[in-house]
Design a protein around this ligand. Structure first.
Ligand SMILES: *Cc1c(COP(=O)(O)O)cnc(C)c1O
Length: 378
């Protein structure tokens, strides 16, 4: 099955019993057993729910993995994956990971002695140097947020293999439509499904796919023990989102290219971060490992005041956190999504006060461009 067909026919489709074309929402907590301990595959919805199972099956299909798992948020997914490790273990992570991933590592999981080193994973030397005898995994986000840095997945997989580590990839920005990290050797792929997979700014969810049966057993044990599961309604919404993921990603890609070329010719815009530009340092790798570049673009307008002016003037770009929806969104990372990262650390990473991040939606590109043009006007 090719990827667009998989989004429609992958996983579990419809309902055998009634012929319903859409998977029913099994709004249920417990299941009648035929005898004590003799159930029909489901006993309690934390352990398993048929609507969630259908979603978990389709995401495993899309990421070419052994099994999928749905969680109550991207952070619940990431935290549950981190519970595969023990106190004293160490994880090497991309330095400009999502702010919440940074926070959970530095403010929560550190209290359980799960150690971390943040490093520039676009440099193999830096990753090699960060590995120590307790290292158990490399956690990579590519492209990153908000600077769209690219990590070479194949090189990371080689390092992980050499040192017997798990390679975990946050694939939120690229989506399985454009990038399938398991094809390059990733062991675990995860998503904030709140973003492109849901795609309509109406659900908070996380998804994880693992490569082996052994990891599937371990993660199911954690999912059931910790219980950060996704409910049936939200599971259904994600399946609906997946059905149009290909269409949305194609439309977003087209709009993004047009908007980037507009920004390139605007004198108020200094630096533009978008992996689709040939001048982007990760462009060559992005082309090699992903079929598209996504709809996230960041650009610098020089100062925080200037950035706020733009945000105050836009009409079609909604001023909001989050990304990956049908509607275009705009934000100032330093004041919003990345505010939880200390100011000096932000500066170190290159997240300036004048940096604007846009998540491009599926509106008419011409309207979006006119909107930015008016907002960037003196
Ligand atoms: C949003 C996001 C997360 C966290 O997901 P939630 O669904 O908000 O908990 C993790 N990683 C990336 C790259 C994200 O954009």
């Amino acid at each position: 099955m090719r990827s667009k067909t998989k989004m429609i026919h992958g996983g579990i489709t419809g309902d055998e019993k009634t012929g319903a074309v859409s998977v029913p929402i099994y709004q249920v907590s417990t299941y009648k057993q035929d005898g004590a301990g003799n159930h029909r595959g489901y006993e309690y919805s934390r352990t398993g729910n048929p609507t969630r199972t259908a979603l978990e099956t389709v995401i495993a299909d899309l990421e070419n993995g052994n099994a999928g798992f749905a969680f109550g948020s991207g952070m619940a997914a990431i935290s549950s994956v981190m519970m595969l490790f023990n106190a004293g273990d160490h994880v090497v992570m991309t330095d400009d990971v999502y702010g919440g991933s940074y926070r959970v590592m530095t403010k929560v999981l550190n209290r359980f002695n799960l150690h971390h080193t943040f490093t520039d994973t676009s440099s193999t030397e830096a990753v090699e140097a960060a590995i120590n005898e307790n290292t158990k995994a490399i956690f990579v986000e590519t492209p990153t947020n908000p600077l769209l840095k690219i990590t070479d997945l194949q090189k990371m997989a080689e390092i992980a293999k050499k040192h017997d580590l798990l390679l975990i990839v946050d694939n939120t920005f690229a989506t399985p439509y454009w990038q399938q990290p398991m094809n390059f050797g990733a062991d675990i792929v995860l998503h904030s499904a709140t973003k492109y997979i849901g795609g309509h700014s109406d659900v908070v969810a996380g998804l994880v796919v693992v490569k082996t049966k052994e990891l599937a057993e371990q993660l199911h044990f954690i999912q059931n023990s910790v219980g950060a599961v996704l409910g049936p309604q939200d599971s259904w919404l994600l399946m609906r989102g997946i059905k149009t993921l290909a269409l949305r990603m194609e439309a977003i890609e087209e709009n993004t290219k047009k908007i980037v070329s507009f920004l390139e010719n605007h004198k108020k815009v200094s630096t533009i971060y978008y992996p689709g530009r040939e001048s982007h340092p990760g462009h060559g790798i992005a082309v090699k490992q992903a079929a598209g570049f996504g709809g996230m673009v960041s650009f610098d307008v020089g100062s925080g005041e200037e950035a706020e002016k733009v945000l105050a003037k836009v009409r079609y770009f909604t001023l909001a956190e989050s990304l990956g929806a049908v509607e275009s969104l705009i934000s100032i990372p330093a004041k919003m999504t990345h505010a939880s990262i200390p100011a000096d650390r932000r500066r170190e990473l290159g997240i300036t006060d004048g940096l604007i991040r846009i998540s491009i939606g599926i509106e008419d590109a011409e309207d979006l461009i006119e909107d930015l043009q008016a907002a960037l006007h003196e």
